[in-house]
Design a protein around this ligand. Structure first.
Ligand code: ZN
Length: 266
């Protein structure tokens, strides 16, 4: 099993979205300076000895400027994205094309994580998403609830959606997903077992940055279920400790830099 991170560019937004209370006015600091934070957009490519090329999350759509609602682009502007960051190019760098991909796992269906699905519209490639996330995303789009987080463009039956049920599921040998709600109702973390390196856990946006996990600091305005989030934290902490795992947080530039020192981990 070989694992490599995919580079889908970056965005920038007010830190208050990601860390509870960040930038909040207080009695002693009534007009604090607002801090903006850079977020890496990333995914993972797994070369599985038996099951082929598997992706975990696929970044934003290359034509995000047309697809993302304007207020979303204002609040969460993509600040670095070139042709290099397109999923197609990232696959090419790894020596593959979209036709080589045998399965896709989507941690959660927000527009900066599922936009790259476009390459697989109308194909048979299975797209694994938790049942709860799948239902919530379709509902959110249909009712225009949770505006801006999900976009109709790829919340579409023409993909080969495969629902995952329950708390955890082993999808392939050495590849397990875990339901970890908080940021969204049906977010799935991923554990990949490797032979030579310690296992990797991908948290997607349950934890945007290391400090969400380590301090711990709950997400700011982007939390949807606070008690669910604390439970998910405990779940990942236990899993990580038991496996002595490397943890890849959803948007952390430092962690991305750390785990791209080598092209592949196996
Ligand atoms: Zn995100």
């Amino acid at each position: 099993m070989k694992l490599r991170l995919l580079d889908f560019g970056g965005l920038t937004a007010d830190q208050g979205w990601f860390l509870e209370g960040a930038g909040a006015a207080t009695h002693t600091a009534q007009a604090p300076e607002s801090i903006r934070r850079d977020l890496k957009m990333m995914g993972a490519l797994i070369e599985h000895p038996k099951s082929g090329v598997i992706l975990y999350e696929v970044g934003p759509a290359p034509n995000y400027k047309e697809l993302w609602p304007e207020p979303v682009q204002d609040v969460f502007p993509i600040t670095s994205y070139s042709d290099e960051n397109q999923l197609e190019k990232q696959l090419e760098k790894a020596g593959y094309t979209a036709k080589d991909v045998s399965a896709i796992i989507i941690g959660h269906m927000h527009l900066d994580h599922a936009g790259g699905l476009e390459l697989f519209r109308g194909t048979e490639v299975p797209v694994y998403v938790h049942e709860t996330e799948l239902k919530y995303a379709f509902y959110a789009v249909a009712t225009k609830q949770d505006f801006g987080a999900y976009i109709p463009h790829y919340i579409d039956p023409s993909f080969n959606w495969k629902a995952i049920h329950g708390q955890e599921a082993q999808l392939f040998d050495g590849i397990t997903v875990y339901l970890t709600p908080g940021h969204t109702p049906g977010l799935m973390a991923l554990k990949v077992d490797t032979k030579n390196a310690n296992p990797f856990i991908f948290t997607s946006d349950t934890f945007f940055f290391k400090e969400n996990y380590q301090t711990p600091s709950p997400p700011g305005w982007l939390v949807r279920d606070m008690s669910g989030w604390w439970e998910s934290l405990e779940k990942i902490q236990t899993l990580a400790a038991r496996n002595n795992a490397n943890i890849v947080f959803g948007h952390d530039y430092d962690v991305f830099a750390e785990y791209t020192k080598e092209t592949y981990y196996d």
